[in-house]
Design a protein around this ligand. Structure first.
Ligand code: FE2
Ligand code: FE2
Ligand code: FE2
Length: 184
């Protein structure tokens, strides 16, 4: 069901803008990490870029069938530096989403009884908490001039849940079966 209230619709557009930028930024930073000699950090960026795509996809679809233009204001991290610095940018962006943006958007959507938008915001919030931790691990390794240790990373295509350990039988956030997970 599509969003009805203007405030939640604005938050969906802003979140879509932020997730879209994060998706692209992580692909760029991943490419740079690979060239810097960190193939696992590159792979982490690519996996998380896919999770951000899933979030953008959810937010976009919740806007429903009313096709038309809008100007989007969305926070984003910028800069193409060394991987340690890019990872700090990633951590800062993810923390902003976990501590400020998604709790506020989720509360607004719940207040306005926008169940679809609330689901999309909750899915993103849960994944971003994991992204903070993984990027912190990556940065700790890069600070010592090393690549991170990283097995296969699994991403839920529905909610963006991110698992760097064994893949769960079903997604703990949205319940999708493990066969649907995308491996990186
Ligand atoms: Fe996200
Ligand atoms: Fe994220
Ligand atoms: Fe999921």
């Amino acid at each position: 069901m599509a969003v009805k209230n203007a405030m939640t619709a604005d938050f969906l557009r802003s979140a879509y803008g932020g997730e879209s930028a994060a998706h692209m930024r992580y692909l760029i930073w991943g490419d740079m990490a690979g060239k810097e000699g960190f193939p696992n950090i590159k792979r982490l960026f690519e996996a998380i870029a896919y999770a951000e795509w899933a979030h953008a996809d959810n937010h976009f679809r919740e806007l429903g069938e009313q096709v038309g233009p809008a100007t989007v204001t969305a926070g984003a991290e910028f800069g193409a530096g060394k991987t340690v610095d890019n990872l700090q940018g990633a951590i800062n962006g993810e923390k902003h989403e976990v501590e400020q943006m998604y709790p506020v958007y989720l509360n607004a959507a719940q207040f306005q009884k926008e169940e679809g938008a609330a689901r999309a915001f909750r899915f993103a919030l849960e994944a971003e908490k994991i992204h903070v931790k993984l990027f912190e691990q990556a940065r700790a390794a890069a600070m010592q001039g090393k690549d991170m240790e990283l097995g296969e990373v699994y991403i839920c295509p529905v909610c963006g849940y991110t698992e760097a350990g064994p893949v769960p039988d079903k997604c703990p956030v949205c319940g999708v079966k493990k066969e649907k997970f995308k491996a990186f």
